[in-house]
Design a protein around this ligand. Sequence first.
Ligand code: AHM
Ligand code: MG
Length: 341
Amino acid sequence: MNSAGEPLTHSGRDDVRIMTLQAHILEEQAHQPLAGGTFSWILSALSISAKIIADKVRRARLENVLGSIGTENIQGEVQQKLDVIANEVLLRTLGGREGVAIVASEENEEPVILRDDRHGIPRYCVLFDPLDGSSNLDVCGGVGTIFSILAHDGRAQRAEDSLLQAGARQVAAGYVLYGSSTVFVLTLGRGVDMFVLDPSVGAFMRVERNLRIPSGNKTYSVNEGNRRSFPDGYKRYLDWAQDNGYSSRYAGAMVADVHRILLKGGVFLYPPTSKSPQGKLRLMYEANPMAMLVEQAGGKTMAGPGQRIMDIQPTAIHQRTPVVLGATDQVDAVLAHLASA
Ligand code: AHM
Ligand code: MG
């Protein structure tokens, strides 16, 4: 054991130290001025939710919970059965945590105000997309959970106004990718760390500290089926990229695409289209948390020329934004084409 009571291998080297997500959170707590135990309990609720959802995703076909439920969410999108199940899991685990004031989900029209006494312990707002890319489920593709944590502003006139904070004010963000393994990627504003669920132990194990997005990867990730309705600048970029030896990779689930970019570099785009003039992705549940992760890993995230995603002042919790994110060099290459006449 080291001085913090964590197990060390015989060599005592940091790169071979066994560190669970829980131990990591306790260690980081010392550096989080807002945090304390309250904050750690919220992250532990997210970790438990991730394990439960991972299990549901793996058993979906066996338990016959694939396919749509026959209803639409507030965005007018068809809800999958597992969207609803994952949403319930998160609401129930977070709902029990004293430190959570408000939860807002992509799947619910209105935020849920859990506690708003405005006195006592500092509280937080947790926003999430419970099962991003859920249409991938039927074909065993990657899906994920995305979350964003904001400090609850007790001075806001209405409790829900406290949610309308720019992404730059997030105190933590992360995602869980339910892929060939279950991966938890987290930032508390001091870099990005990655954990993998060890199913035999039942714990997320830290496998990477301080992830940095590599530069120089000539890969773009975009739904090229929408190309005809992209603004001209995006078309110019795609022409340039194809003339310059770029490859294309697109999972159709933002979590899977962003995970690849964090590890390998490249750029992800969801431009405005004629069907979705503001882009498809949601600012508060998808773009902001991914922007915090990408910037903490040394990358760049923009909604368009001169507009950093995390500087957008939200006016509605379900609002959408165009997204260009990834390695700084690759995002700059896109922006150069958006700016040119
Ligand atoms: P969802 O939250 O309803 O699943 O939608 C978001 C998903 C993202 O994961 C993904 O990047 C995008 O929608 C794919 O959209 P499209 O099928 O238009 O390419
Ligand atoms: Mg989503």
